[in-house]
Design a binder for this molecule. Structure first.
Ligand code: M6R
Length: 469
């Protein structure tokens, strides 16, 4: 059985995680992988094979994380790992330190809702280990960069998929404004095929909750092949991406089970904002008082989430205006544009309502023709720098009788005069407020999807980890 499996594996092409069984040796399971995730859970008198840690969390914390080119021969009492030629490999046991409850709904109707409510803790866990005790500076012990390390970066390339890509879009604003380093952001599946201008002066940042998205992993390999230094922002310790990147900055969100990403996204934003402050200070582009001010606001964020949770009944009440619509538009400028993209993705993936995001200034270049009476428009207007322009955009859609829900910083007096309904998020620094402002959009998407009777945690046609191209 084992030698047949070896013979088969050397002839296979593509990416896979495979499990083999043989009717003549029923007490043995053999598994192997290439580019796709595979773990072996080590129990007492029982062992497990899975693609993801949460699947085995309630049975064991001890795992082998399988690498390409390895074969695990799994029996009830023993696990042997060899290479493709049968040479034994001595594997290190990887102990998972997640809480078992993290893989349970804990009284919530869906994982997504639980994960939305876990954001204050996830954000706190992600930032507190990276802010000095006096609250004035950022430090990334795991990176330990020198000023020269940052000054030698010619360009930053951010590549990711889906929600993680949207976090990357906001990171472009963070890094360019705070550290003054040019940033390009690319969808991982596009980056690979465009013959990119990546070299040894490029820092490639890949963002991935799972650390297993195949396109992101491939983009990372491609950037490295072209000479780039690499940094992964990921949530899963020991994931393929964390092992492939030169350095890793983990988001400490805990396991995210729902397909729709929520707490992973906000912790990615927190990590990327901290990273921008870190780079800005190291390369001398960020004034000390600016760092202190942003950090002061960032540390208030976990408590401020409560102010949004307090509006949940109001947000639920808005659902009836969306529930039976076919199209919803999200508009925003500057960082709110990135936020609009994430808000639209959240809505479409779980409610199955067509949702589009547009930069406010782009409306009159085509999209405005789609706006007619009653079409819902979510107008994100949290960025004070561009508020006036955003108000003009809101007036453009109101003039066509759209139904407009504004999202603003608390205390705003202007936007409320032009919209039909208003969601207020606690006032904060312009860099911090998008992290808060996504939460009502997550809640809105969630309750709309519930009201349509959808399977929120497992939306149709989607998977949590996209390990196929
Ligand atoms: O695990 P990753 O962060 O690499 O996943 C990337 C996307 O597949 C993921 O963010 C997807 O877009 C989410 N389902 C969106 O909620």
């Amino acid at each position: 059985f084992t030698s047949t499996v070896r013979k088969v594996l050397v002839r296979l092409r593509g990416s896979y995680s495979l499990v083999f069984m043989c009717k003549f040796e029923p007490d043995k399971i053999i598994c192997s992988k290439k580019d796709n995730p595979l773990i072996v859970g080590l129990g007492q008198g029982e062992n497990y094979i899975a693609s993801d840690i949460p699947a085995i969390l309630s049975y064991t914390r001890k795992t082998y994380i399988m690498n390409d080119g390895e074969i695990a021969i799994v029996m009830k009492d023993n696990v042997w790992v060899t290479d493709l030629e049968g040479k034994p490999i001595s594997k290190k046991v990887f102990e998972v330190n997640w809480d078992a409850e993290a893989a349970e709904k804990g009284g919530f109707e869906h994982f997504m809702l639980k994960e939305i409510y876990e954001q204050p803790k996830a954000i706190k866990d992600t930032m507190s280990c990276r802010i000095t005790k006096d609250g004035k500076h950022v430090h990334f012990e795991e990176l330990n960069w020198t000023p020269e390390d940052v000054k030698s970066i010619g360009k930053i390339l951010i590549t990711a998929c889906g929600t993680a890509y949207h976090a990357g879009l906001l990171a472009k604003y963070f890094i360019e404004k705070l550290a003054r380093i040019p940033v390009e952001v690319d969808i991982a599946s596009e980056y690979r095929y465009r013959d990119p201008l990546t070299d040894s002066k490029t820092l490639c940042i890949v963002i991935s909750q799972s650390g297993e998205t195949i396109d992101t992993l491939a983009a990372l390999k491609e950037a490295k092949r072209r000479g780039a230094r690499s940094l992964a922002v990921t949530n899963v310790v020991g994931s393929s991406i964390s092992r492939e990147a030169d350095q890793v900055a983990y988001t400490w969100a805990g396991p995210e089970i729902a397909v729709a990403s929520t707490k992973a996204y906000t912790t990615q934003l927190v990590t990327l904002l901290l990273l921008s402050l870190y780079m800005g200070r190291l390369n001398g582009n960020l004034p000390v008082d600016r760092e202190e001010k942003i950090l002061a606001d960032l540390t208030k964020l976990p408590d401020q989430c409560q102010a949004i949770f307090d509006q949940v009944d109001f947000i639920k009440g808005l659902c009836s205006a969306f529930k039976d619509k076919e199209d919803v538009f999200f508009i925003g400028r500057s960082m709110d544009y990135g936020l609009a993209m994430e808000g639209a993705l959240k809505l479409k993936e779980i409610s199955y309502i067509h949702a589009e995001s547009y930069a406010g200034g782009e409306l009159k270049h085509g999209t405005l023709s789609l706006i007619e009476a009653g079409v819902p428009v979510i107008a994100l207007a949290t960025q004070l720098e561009v508020e006036e322009k955003m108000i003009s955009n809101i007036k453009e859609v109101k003039a066509r009788d759209a139904y407009v829900v504004g999202v603003v910083q608390d205390g705003d007096t202007e936007v409320g005069k032009t919209v039909d309904d208003l969601i207020k998020v606690p006032a904060s620094d312009d860099f911090v407020v998008p992290i808060l402002a996504i939460i009502p959009l997550q809640l809105l998407a969630y309750y709309i999807a519930v009201s349509r009777g959808n399977d929120v945690d497992k939306p149709r046609n989607l998977a949590k980890s996209v390990t196929v191209e």
